[in-house]
Design a protein around this ligand. Structure first.
Ligand code: COA
Ligand code: AMP
Length: 634
């Protein structure tokens, strides 16, 4: 472990106040903070409580004032619509002002909420920044979510306004956004005052009603909108993420800590300089999109790539390498699933060879566990360091990884590397104590959490405390399991709760169970994630049917369609099989972990708490006949 990193890490833990005040000095505050942080009675940390700033101004005005307004801020690459367009910082500010003025004209003000349900287009970024400019709290909803999911978020965030578009393109399929917004509002008990619709000319299903305003009639060009002064702890956005119940969690991100953390991470974790091109190939509907498509690169004054496409089929598996080459990307960030998809199409990496990648320095991976094989293949084919790093919607920026800015340590495939300064990551054993090297336990972070990490859930402090602070007193509980080796490398082994990760998308199996259990033919069910070569995990379900129900063969298409229409296409469930009974503990808890082990063909121990071990044998037999597997009991 290099000593520069070590010294910074140690200081961030022993003197977090001094460490972060130094880094806070680098951003332009409207009112500089004098207090580093406050710890609330429940253990949550509020960073820079007396500071005031504006995040949009940090992303735009600061660079323009420093004379870099002519630099490219955003490169929009959309292979699905054959579009490439660039915007300078000055041009982005003009667009953002026009959206902000439209919002002011309709009475929006600081503290109001807005939902953004849009594809990966520049207008979505302008809208996020316009919200930030006015202190309006945005909540971006991923386009892959169905109307019902949108309705849940509408009811929780209670937005005054929704921004949408007619459609997006997923490879070759048109995703009609506007009808989904209409359906979401219909189901929701909360109705926004107005829906702003950007018509890209891609859909024949884009009806505009009295409640709707066309984008071109909404925006109001030609004004300079002063950035609203907000408190460091005022919310910038709410981002909903899957939890262990049917209701998603509204992660609240506060302005001050977020800006400081992202600026720090761009320089020290990613090793990117202002003016360089940085690319996070994610979606603005996920935290990666918020932090590293929009706010991180723009606060840092880098050029960000906004990519409306897929790693494959848009048009082929060379797209990533072409973009890196053509736009001089120095650092890229994607999910292991994307690399596995590319590798499947181009196993020898032949498509990389035609491109000049000499300027490309580092490939980062995150969003799901990265198997050693995928990491090694990427490093060999690209000839640059490949860094797996671990984080969550809750943290907002990496908790484990390597800090390129402090110097690179050897990479150990399979490991998400070392704790990032600010995150005192510890593995906690069953007794609530730090685990020995090699011993698996819960991955936790010793409090206080650093700037940028969550300090609450949207209007649900009780759930925040119950989910993250109560499980291991004195620590933030991540929901992941893992271990640390003798040399300090941390390995994440996966979620220890009912959250799964499908193609880098975080989903709740509890939510899927709710949808399946709502079918009148189903007596009870268990959903869990099973291993998938491409997507890392995919969901599957075991169902117990009611007497007199229809046959499972008739029911499966119905259940799959219900998951798709209630949650979204991304929750594509792989297998649904019928079982006579589900294995449970004596207190009635379904043993999902054991079911997963049976299907994945891992050895499993018969849990001592099981009420009837014979059920496992029945299920093993069923799985063997219906899904190919090599199960062994230990
Ligand atoms: N809007 C609407 N629908 C979407 C969507 C979006 N933004 N994203 C995915 N979907 C739909 C897909 O069209 C697909 O629908 P279908 O079943 O009708 O074909 C379904 O959701 C499943 O999508 P996905 O899991 O992405 O599988 P895929 O086979 O379409 O694509 C990959 C496979 C590997 C190309 C794709 O999963 C991928 O690019 N993964 C990387 C994701 C990533 O970068 N995650 C990082 C988050 S930090
Ligand atoms: P999300 O909040 O959608 O970013 O998902 C966070 C979850 O994804 C984590 O709790 C992990 O389970 C998983 N995850 C993210 N990055 C990694 C990684 N590098 N290695 C293993 N798991 C990861």
């Amino acid at each position: 472990m290099n000593t520069t990193y070590q010294n910074h890490f140690i200081k961030s833990c022993s003197q977090p106040d001094e460490f972060w005040m130094e880094h806070a000095d680098i951003i332009s505050w409207i009112k500089k903070p004098s207090i580093p942080f406050e710890v609330l009675p429940n253990g949550a940390t509020k960073w820079f409580p007396d500071g005031e700033l504006n995040t949009c101004s940090l992303c735009l005005d600061v660079h323009i004032d420093e004379g870099r307004g002519g630099q490219t801020a955003i490169i929009y690459e959309s292979p699905v619509t054959n579009t490439v367009r660039s915007y300078t910082y000055i041009e982005v500010l003009r667009e953002v002002n026009a959206v902000a003025k439209g919002m002011i004209d309709r009475g929006l003000q600081k503290g109001d909420a807005a939902i953004i349900y849009m594809p990966m287009i520049p207008e979505a970024v302008f809208t996020m920044l316009a919200c930030a400019r006015l202190g309006v709290i945005h909540s971006v909803v991923f386009g892959g979510f169905a109307p019902k999911e949108l309705a849940v978020r509408l009811e929780d965030a209670k937005p005054k306004i929704i921004f949408t578009a007619d459609a997006g393109i997923e490879i070759q399929k048109t995703i009609h956004y506007k009808p989904m917004v209409d359906a979401g509002i219909e189901i929701s008990n909360h109705k926004p005052d107005c829906v702003v619709v950007l018509n890209r000319g891609l859909s024949d299903q884009c009806t505009v009603t009295n409640r709707d305003v066309k984008w071109e009639n909404f925006i109001n060009d030609g004004f300079f909108i002063p950035a609203t002064q907000v408190a460091s702890n005022d919310p910038l956005y709410i981002l909903y993420t899957s939890g262990t119940t049917g209701k998603p969690k509204g992660i609240v991100r506060e302005n001050g800590g977020h800006a400081v953390a992202l600026k720090y991470s761009m320089e020290h974790i990613y090793g990117v300089k202002p003016g360089e091109v940085y690319w996070a190939a994610s979606d603005i509907g996920w935290v990666v999109g918020h932090s590293y498509i929009v706010y991180g690169p723009m606060i840092h004054g880098a050029t960000t790539m906004l990519f409306e496409g897929k790693p494959i089929k848009t048009p082929d598996a060379s797209t990533f390498w072409r973009i890196i080459s053509e736009h001089k990307v120095v650092t890229m960030f994607t999910a292991p699933t994307a690399i596995r998809a590319i590798r499947k199409e181009d196993p020898n990496g032949d498509m990389i060879k035609g491109y000049d990648l000499s300027h490309f320095r580092t490939q980062f991976l995150a969003g799901e566990r990265c198997d050693a094989d995928t990491l090694e293949w990427t490093a060999e084919k690209l000839g640059v360091p490949v860094i797996d790093h671990w984080w969550q919607t809750e943290s907002g920026w990496p908790m484990l990884g390597q800090c390129i800015g402090y110097g690179l340590d050897p990479v150990k495939p399979g490991s998400a590397n070392f704790p990032i300064p600010g995150y005192n990551v510890q593995i906690i054993d069953e007794q609530g104590q730090p685990a020995a090297p090699g011993e698996e336990g819960l991955v936790c972070v010793k409090l206080p959490l650093p700037p940028g990490a969550l300090a609450d859930l949207w209007q649900d402090t009780e759930r925040f405390e119950r989910s993250y602070l109560s499980p291991v007193p004195g620590y933030y509980f991540s929901g992941d399991g893992g271990y640390r080796d003798e040399e300090g490398y941390v390995f994440i082994t996966g979620r220890v709760d009912d959250v799964i990760n499908v193609a880098g998308h975080r989903l709740s199996t509890a939510e899927m169970e709710e949808v399946i259990a709502a079918n009148a033919n189903v007596a009870e069910c268990a959903c869990f994630g099973i291993h998938d070569e491409l997507k890392g995990q995919v969901p599957m379900a075991m169902v117990v049917l009611n007497h007199n129900s229809c046959s499972i063969d008739e029911l499966v298409p119905e259940l799959k369609a219900a998951i798709r229409s209630d949650i979204g296409a991304i929750a594509s469930i792989k297998h649904i099989i019928e079982v006579a009974r589900l294995p449970k503990t004596r207190s009635g808890k379904i043993l999902r972990k054991t079911l997963r082990a049976i299907v994945d063909g891992h050895g499993y121990q018969i849990p001592s708490t099981i009420d009837d071990p014979a059920i496992l044998e029945e299920i093993e037999q069923k799985v063997k006949t219906q899904i190919n597997t090599k199960t062994k009991t230990i």
